[in-house]
Design a protein around this ligand. Structure first.
Ligand SMILES: Cc1cc2nc3c(=O)[nH]c(=O)nc-3n(C[C@H](O)[C@H](O)[C@H](O)COP(=O)(O)O)c2cc1C
Length: 337
């Protein structure tokens, strides 16, 4: 099959994973300066928080941030539908349902990864959401829970949803969730990765968009996975080393624009932080720069950058100039040619 590289513009060929406490709008603003095309996911938001809480707080995002997807948590079809509709009105490009989160807090509400054992309920949720909105409704899940080790578990889950819903996009974190005995953090590292299960899903359901996730950290690995599936979702590496995203537009979307220079990115972050602090809403400098600590990864003085931008005494003035001061240290310590 031959693709024109630019056919990928505006697709989920690459995406940044939903990460609670990490992929808020400030992180996504920075990510969007680094890659124009990568699909960005929000933190998980509970449907009830949107329906009964401060909608702006949970849904507001920055202009120019799109394409951006909202991830919802929940298992009550009408609640999810209502939240999805509100999110669509805010301008999100996709609503994703979380069926992969192993946190105990989530298990109590009977959602997250436990939903993998309840494909019919998930189908009801997805159908209610899709009936309420015109944007795509997608799902993110694991390959099984607890001791389910057969490929057939995830194949049945996806097959059921394919039969009962209009959902076309499945994001698969290629490991089990062990609901008993592992913390959420351990659940991202300990259950073994089985990329071949995800590749098999794509073979068995070629009409579906299958996106692979879990443990992927280099552009070489991304390129290899793209030989087997439609898209790659990156979580932790895109957070800890955001500049890895600098080459994604050219490598994976066929966009020949010059990648952003560190100098320009820093200037934009400075301007953004000043504007956000001025705008109020309780935003502090720390809320913004805490997502930038890994930005200088691999450069000389990356640690000085990190230290300055996490120093409570320096942050308390709430003045974005700190970003420029930290940058001066890095700029002087590296060769830029
Ligand atoms: C801090 C943190 C928070 C996360 N929060 C969510 C979440 O809200 N929803 C979700 O579906 N997955 C969440 N995840 C899981 C990631 O989306 C992803 O599936 C996982 O980290 C594996 O990808 P990676 O190896 O590229 O990081 C979270 C992961 C991390 C590290």
């Amino acid at each position: 099959m031959h693709h024109n590289d630019t056919d990928y513009i505006g697709t989920r060929r690459l995406s940044v994973a939903p990460m609670l406490d990490w992929t808020d709008r400030h992180y996504r603003y920075m990510a969007r300066q680094i890659t124009r095309h990568t699909w960005l996911y929000s933190e998980m938001v509970n449907a009830g928080a949107i329906n009964y809480g401060d909608k702006d707080r949970f849904l507001m995002f920055n202009e120019g941030e799109q394409p951006v997807a909202l991830q919802l948590g929940g298992s009550e079809p009408s609640e999810l539908a209502r939240a999805a509709k509100t999110a669509e009105q805010y301008g999100y490009n996709e609503i994703n349902l979380n069926c992969g989160c192993p946190s105990p807090r989530v298990q109590k509400g009977a959602f997250g990864a436990c939903l993998m054992n309840e494909a019919d309920l998930v189908a009801d949720c997805l159908n209610a959401m899709q009936d309420a909105v015109n944007i795509p409704v997608t799902v993110k899940h694991r390959i099984g829970i607890d001791r389910q080790t057969e490929y057939q578990v995830v194949a049945d889950f996806v097959g059921t949803l394919r039969g009962k819903t209009a959902c076309k996009t499945f994001i698969v974190h290629a490991r089990n969730a062990w609901l008993d005995g592992l913390s959420p953090k351990e659940n991202r590292d300990i259950p073994p990765l089985k990329y071949d299960y995800v590749y098999r899903l794509k073979q068995e359901f070629p009409d579906l968009e299958i996106i692979i996730n879990g443990g992927i950290t280099t552009n070489e690995q991304i390129a290899e996975h793209l030989n087997h599936v439609d898209g790659v979702m990156i979580g932790r590496e895109a957070y800890h080393n955001p500049m890895m995203m600098r080459d994604w537009d050219s490598l994976f979307y066929g966009d020949t624009a010059t990648p952003v220079a560190y100098q320009d990115l820093v200037q934009r972050l400075f301007a953004y932080s000043q504007a956000q602090i001025r705008a109020g809403r309780g935003t502090t400098l720390r809320h913004i720069v805490r997502h930038s600590l890994g930005l200088m990864h691999g450069l000389n003085k990356a640690r000085v950058w990190r230290r300055m931008l996490s120093d409570a005494a320096l942050l308390k003035d709430n003045d974005g100039s700190l970003i420029l001061e930290a940058w001066k240290e890095v700029e002087q310590a590296n060769r830029w040619d």
